[in-house]
Design a protein. Sequence first.
Length: 264
Amino acid sequence: MRAPRRLLLGLVVVAVPLLLALLGPLFAGDPGPRAVSFTLGGGHWLGTDFVGRDVWQQVLHGGRTVVLTALAATALAYLVALPVGLAGAVTRARWLEELLMRPLDVLLAVPSLLLILLVASVFSPGTAGLALLVALVNVPDAARIVRAAAAEAAARPAVEALRMQGESWWRVAVGYVGRSALRTLAADAGIRLTGVLYLVSTAAFLGVGVAPDAADWAVMVDRNRTGLFIQPWAVVVPALLIVALTTGTNLLFDAALDKKGRRP
């Protein structure tokens, strides 16, 4: 499939969950009276959930937390990883590179979900806390990707020429090295956002960062799975929205990078 078609397909796929997540609460209205659990019909487009709430209203309310938490976690991870990775690639001091990168290797050795669960067993993180935890576990890998992508550009003669001209660290690290690694970092951002969405959804599925009965797509999948064969829409719809969000994001980044790479 050509890049423009992938771009269009990605926009269509990602538009549905994004619009529902960001604008859904504005059109959800007030919750009506609860009905019988796991029923179809009776004025409920997608039936009712495990406690008799309208599934469509829960879908409209449940995406904002997942999307905003994933975006915030990805942005926070790169906010730390970019300066650390660029500094590790550009610096001439071996001790500084070791000081920046070796502590991250320790965090990288611990499985991400395990670290989140360990912290959550001591503290009770809310939505903001979950975003910080997910960002924290993504910093080591993101910083190593940044450093690896920037190291090749940092070894070029052009960097030495910029240093001899007395250019600032910002001009060398960001203006030249960072720009040279931009394509690789953009590809990593698309993949990382998908991984963050998975991690946020998994943590919410396990009850970390959200209430057990919260209107959240991941929580809906967890709490309603017992009635999957009785009322499947309470599980299938939020699961499909999460899948569409991750798949559409990958398609968008892939198409954009492919289009950029084909330019003469």
